[in-house]
Design a binder for this molecule. Structure first.
Ligand code: ATP
Ligand code: MG
Length: 234
């Protein structure tokens, strides 16, 4: 197994608690939910941050978990990993340049963090949509689903490119990350409809970057939003 070390940021207490709630929400969505995709309407809403913390959170429970970076346009991982530590990524595999074992890295715990696996995106692809729509990608997700307890997939924003709706067709469910106070509900509906029309089961919505000092995002309001979000996924 190849080794890789991701930088670990200590999460604020409130966020760490909400990630645990998210993990519980996903777990209680059903025992058939093993591949979960994270997307958002626009860039920068926090899907990579939330999805990687979700993988970490499942690993903390002792689950065999893997994170797949499917943002083949702008990978988050390249900012978090030491330069040169990745030889091959998803784009190498999907273009037939290496085997699946060559792109699965073990996040090196070094006793200071939990253990989980990672598939990095690899070099930016000129035809990401075609690669993700390939049978090779679908078969890879199926194989990983049979080998892991939880497969978490990070994707690009759905309002601008279709990659996430293609990926959602081969996952058990999807989670939409919404940056609080920064997104028009009509755009969120558009993204939800896109996901629904690709046959995805929407597990819920994460309201991210909530400024709890603002009155309109007081604790109860936030709690309600969160519950409501889960409700409408169903
Ligand atoms: N809950 C949060 N509180 C504060 N900062 C956050 C939170 N979630 C994410 N961020 C910050 O917001 C920025 C964007 O986060 P991230 O890269 O996860 O977003 P993204 O949706 O994956 O973006 P992109 O669409 O570019 O892939 C980062 O600097 C991250 O540290
Ligand atoms: Mg991202």
């Amino acid at each position: 197994m190849l080794d890789l070390k991701l930088e670990k940021k200590e999460l604020p207490f409130a966020m760490a608690e909400e990630i645990k709630n998210l993990r519980t929400g996903i777990t209680f969505s059903g025992d058939d939910i093993k591949t979960v995709m994270f997307t958002s309407c626009a860039a920068n809403e926090g899907k990579s941050t939330v999805s990687i913390e979700t993988v970490r959170s499942f690993a903390e429970l002792g689950k065999k978990a893997i994170f797949i970076d499917c943002d083949l346009r702008k990978s988050i991982l390249k900012h978090k990993i030491e330069e040169g530590s990745i030889k091959n990524g998803l784009t190498h595999y999907l273009t037939g340049q290496c085997g699946l074992d060559d792109i699965i890295y073990r996040h090196n715990p070094g006793r200071e963090d939990v253990e989980f696996d990672i598939i990095p995106a690899g070099p930016v692809s000129s035809s990401p949509t075609e690669l993700l729509a390939s049978e090779k990608f679908t078969n890879m997700v199926k194989k990983l689903r049979s080998e892991y307890d939880m497969v978490i997939i990070d994707t690009p924003p759905l309002a601008s490119v279709v990659d996430a709706s293609i990926i959602s067709a081969c996952t058990d469910g999807s989670v939409i990350v919404v940056e609080a106070g920064n997104m028009n509900y009509k755009i969120i509906q558009k993204v939800r409809n896109r996901l629904k029309s690709s046959g995805s089961r929407i597990l819920g919505v994460v309201l991210n970057k909530v400024d709890k000092s603002k009155k309109s995002y007081g604790y109860y309001k936030y709690g309600k939003e969160y519950e409501y979000s889960y409700g409408y996924g169903k």
